[in-house]
Ligand binder design. Structure first.
Ligand SMILES: NC(=O)c1ccc[n+]([C@@H]2O[C@H](COP(=O)([O-])OP(=O)(O)OC[C@H]3O[C@@H](n4cnc5c(N)ncnc54)[C@H](OP(=O)(O)O)[C@@H]3O)[C@@H](O)[C@H]2O)c1
Length: 334
């Protein structure tokens, strides 16, 4: 059976996980990788998949990858503000696209991507690998089971002290894609949004900005209406946190490591009025492989992705609103 041929645009750090995931996936093979930095794509293969040196075509640029006849699907791990231009090129070349989160930094751009993906009949999904960890379904099933009652409050925290080698993530303003909001904020906001059936109606946030206008920390409030609300805190100068908690009238569910490394166990702590405190350990799982398996399957079987395009749009709309709230120091209606 023909495998799905993958191309990667950019010699990003995450490739150390994505490249092995593609070659270990059930129906995928890695065909090509391109980087704008001369020699970087070859170096990436030699570093992360040395046995595939002769099998993967490496290019100094993106066009040869996009137009490679054996490439069916393209993974885009570029800087947040660079996604749209290359994704549009790939979509118009009839390639399926898996775009790292956030899909773009402007909702108008996500709308264009959605229209073009539909016009060109290709699959498109935002790359939230954490949604493919069994932990995610376990949390969502707990919430849907109504054991906690109707969720009326959720909270997420994502932080780590940024290392000097990564300062290029904070060397431009939020409006230009720099800072914590567009980098780790998508996880915190996406997880919160999954707890509520409603879309958010307004947001309010404060941030500490650096000299470039990039946010180092952002803290905010999301109002879903009818007293359903959420708070979040993301930071590049706080100790490592990767936590999420949802509350209803009948109980609460907490995940101390919701955006989980693939080699670590996850823990889900449930505390309900009826059963009291219980802890469940979810075994380690490689969500990168599970994500690639899923994308291969939706292409092969022509089915809808687990993460919808509308979900990606609402994620960016919410992040955009948070950015505007920081700038205006006021509530922003979505
Ligand atoms: N890192 C992880 O473990 C991880 C895990 C899960 C999700 N993600 C997500 O994946 C996306 C990419 O993250 P990342 O940490 O892998 O990004 P990254 O290493 O900063 O790479 C992003 C892009 O910047 C360029 N680049 C890389 N190193 C560079 C350098 N030294 N100088 C100049 N340009 C450089 C590359 O494009 P060119 O090759 O064309 O220059 C690359 O595609 C983000 O959305 C992130 O949240 C990352």
């Amino acid at each position: 059976m023909k495998k799905i041929g993958w191309g990667i645009l950019g010699a990003a750090r995450v490739n150390e996980r994505l490249m092995p995931a593609i070659v270990q996936s059930e129906q995928g093979e890695l065909i090509s990788i391109g980087s704008r930095r001369p020699g970087a794509s070859k170096e990436c293969v030699l570093k992360h998949l040395p046995r595939y040196e002769d099998k993967v075509s490496c290019f100094d640029g993106f066009d040869q990858v996009i137009n490679h006849e054996k490439v069916d699907a393209i993974y885009i791990p570029l800087a947040n503000e660079e996604h749209t231009e290359v994704a549009l090129k790939a979509i118009r070349a009839k390639k399926h696209v898996l775009i790292e989160k956030p899909m773009a930094i402007k909702s108008v751009e996500v709308k264009t991507l959605i229209e073009e993906a539909s016009k060109n009949n290709v699959k498109m999904m935002e790359g939230f690998m954490y949604a493919f960890h069994p932990q995610f379904d376990r949390i969502m099933n707990t919430i849907k089971s109504n054991i906690l009652g109707d969720i009326n409050y959720a909270h997420s925290m994502f932080s780590f002290p940024i290392q000097p080698a990564r300062f290029y993530r904070i060397n431009r303003s939020m409006e230009n894609g720099g800072g914590a909001l567009w980098d780790i904020g998508p996880y915190a906001i996406h997880t919160i949004r999954q707890c509520f059936k409603e879309n958010p109606i307004r947001v309010k946030a404060i941030a500490k900005l650096n000299e470039y206008g990039a946010d180092i920390s952002t803290t905010g409030l999301i109002d879903f209406g009818n007293n359903k609300r959420a708070t979040f805190d993301i930071s590049f100068e706080c100790t490592r946190r990767s936590e999420f908690e949802a509350f209803g009238p009948l109980g609460r569910v907490k995940c101390p490591t919701v955006w989980q490394p693939e080699d670590k166990q996850a823990k889900i702590i449930l505390n309900t009025e009826s059963s009291g405190l219980t802890e469940e350990v979810v075994p380690a799982a490689n969500h990168f492989i599970l994500e690639i398996n899923h994308f291969n399957k939706i292409i092969k079987s022509d089915i809808s992705p687990k993460l919808s395009k509308e979900d990606a749009l609402w994620n960016v709309k919410t992040l955009e609103g948070i950015q505007e709230s920081v700038q205006k120091d006021s509530w922003v209606m979505l």
